[in-house]
Design a protein around this ligand. Structure first.
Ligand SMILES: Cc1cc2nc3c(=O)[nH]c(=O)nc-3n(C[C@H](O)[C@H](O)[C@H](O)COP(=O)(O)O)c2cc1C
Length: 337
């Protein structure tokens, strides 16, 4: 148990009295302070935990999942907290406000969240400026930073390729890897881009445009096994460097049935479904590309199990909200033992 863990335990009841998005904004206001504390607490993963994820080397097997830091404003803090890699975004070609509030809901008993944020973000150009500032200031982290790209709400699916390409061009050479996100449930029609032909068209344009920067594809847990395996094969044929599975689910497994109807569910109740879909993705990829496992990870054992299944690394988001900023370092420490 590290100092951030104890501190978070003390302030969590207060934070959880706030609306979830207000709590998020408050926390983002104190990120520099958190960075100083995390640096003093020395939370970086032990060098023995470094793992290869295709062409990338994660400093440890637990990375930050997309969605927490859409605009890449807290990268130095995530690094200090000990994440093995940091995924920022989703950003879209156009800056956009996202869906009306409330759009983020806690399911406290279930250790889960439901969100229908709808890609609220400042746009790919703003993210690129933040990443440039970081690099030119000599603060580029020692762990890989990925930029997760989605489709702007105002852009029709028929024009989606151009929108992703605009984001890629804005971010060229700014990130260590890109993620094509076609799996968020809160942008109408986005998940249709996971189907064979639209996905082939999209990746045939995106992968060459990314040049030497590896491109990962992030998939939804709500795809049936057949189409999921097909999407994996399309990604590999198109030259993707790996798969990230999974995004949030539109289903409401377990005790979450009475919860908020619209939006993607994440956290503990997603874990069994994510696990099952990760298995399908691993089987389909059969070792040809690395798979990053995401969905309801809370403990070192969860990470161990996904690595034992064959995942190259993992990511988490929701358990950070419930367990606090000391979680990643604690997991890494347990794994290093
Ligand atoms: C509030 C919130 C916003 C999210 N936004 C994004 C996003 O913009 N892009 C994305 O690819 N995934 C997004 N995700 C999904 C996470 O990256 C992750 O795939 C999912 O939450 C499952 O992991 P978890 O159970 O550890 O949270 C979001 C998740 C949450 C809870």
């Amino acid at each position: 148990m590290n100092v951030l863990h104890l501190l978070y335990r003390a302030i969590r009841p207060l934070l959880f009295r706030l609306d979830p998005e207000e709590a998020h904004e408050l926390v983002f206001g104190v990120l520099p302070l958190a960075r100083v504390m995390a640096t003093l607490a020395r939370l970086r993963p032990h060098p023995s935990l470094a793992c290869k994820v295709g062409p990338l080397t994660f400093a440890g097997p637990v990375g930050l999942a997309a969605g927490l830091d859409k605009n890449g404003v807290g990268i130095r803090t995530w690094e200090a907290l000990g994440f093995g890699a940091i995924e920022v975004g989703t950003v879209t070609g156009l800056a956009q406000k996202g869906n009306p509030r409330p759009r983020l809901f806690r399911l406290k008993e279930q250790h889960a969240l439901i969100n229908r944020m709808g890609f609220n973000n400042d746009g790919a150009v703003a993210l690129a400026a933040n990443l440039r500032r970081l690099r030119e200031g000599g603060h580029w982290p020692s762990v890989p930073v990925g930029a997760n790209l989605g489709k702007s709400k105002l852009v029709e699916n028929s024009e989606a390729v151009g929108d992703y390409i605009n984001s890629l061009r804005a971010l060229r050479d700014r990130a260590d890897y890109f993620v094509v996100n076609v799996s968020s449930p809160n942008t109408t029609g986005l998940r249709e881009l996971q189907e064979k032909e639209p996905l082939q068209r999209l990746l045939a344009a995106v992968v060459p445009e990314a040049g030497r920067t590896p491109v990962f594809l992030k998939l939804a847990p709500d795809l049936e096994d057949g189409p999921l395996a097909e999407a994996v094969n399309v990604a590999i044929d198109a030259g993707c460097a790996g798969i990230i599975a999974t995004n949030t689910t539109l289903s409401r497994p377990g005790e979450t049935g009475r919860a908020e109807q619209y939006g993607g569910l994440s956290g503990a109740p997603l874990a069994p479904l994510a696990r099952q879909k990760i298995r399908v993705v691993l089987d389909a990829s059969s070792g040809r590309v690395p798979v990053i496992g995401v969905g309801g990870i809370r403990t070192a054992n969860d990470v161990r199990e996904l690595l034992a299944m064959g995942c190259a690394a993992t990511q988490l988001y929701t358990s950070l909200i419930y367990e606090g900023p000391g979680l990643v370092a604690q997991i890494h420490r347990e794994l290093a033992r």
